[in-house]
Design a protein around this ligand. Structure first.
Ligand SMILES: [Zn+2]
Length: 122
């Protein structure tokens, strides 16, 4: 039989809490790095002319078009990256859909990795 003292338990709990906090921090860093890489990829494709921007009638449109040309993204991720509300993203997507072949599917968002409704232009 193994006996564990209260102090030992407390020490372990404290260590577990510290590890959880560290893991959370790493996840957040990973998410940010992932986003940066995805956006750099999108911009690189644009620069090469592989995915040229066209259409779009508002200031936010080109940014959304540029993101969803390279990636399948949910409205939450589009909104958080560009800094506009989800409602606004929905309106912009409707607008983009009138000019371009907008693809809507339930699959994994390439940014947050959640299984959800995503948008893309392909
Ligand atoms: Zn997402």
């Amino acid at each position: 039989m193994m006996l564990i003292s209260t102090a030992d338990i407390e020490a372990r709990q404290s260590k577990a809490r510290a590890l959880c906090a560290e893991a959370e921090g790493l996840c957040s860093i990973a998410q940010t790095a992932r986003w940066d890489a995805l956006v750099i990829k999108a911009h690189a494709q644009e620069v090469r002319g592989a995915r040229r921007l066209f259409g779009g009638s508002t200031a936010d449109n080109p940014e959304i078009v540029s993101l969803i040309r390279a990636l399948r993204l949910c409205t939450t991720c589009i909104g958080s990256k560009i800094g506009i509300s989800r409602k606004r993203v929905d309106a912009e997507l409707k607008d983009i859909g009138r000019a371009l072949a907008l693809m809507v599917a339930v699959t994994r968002c390439e940014a947050c990795l959640k299984q959800t409704v995503v948008y893309a232009l392909r």
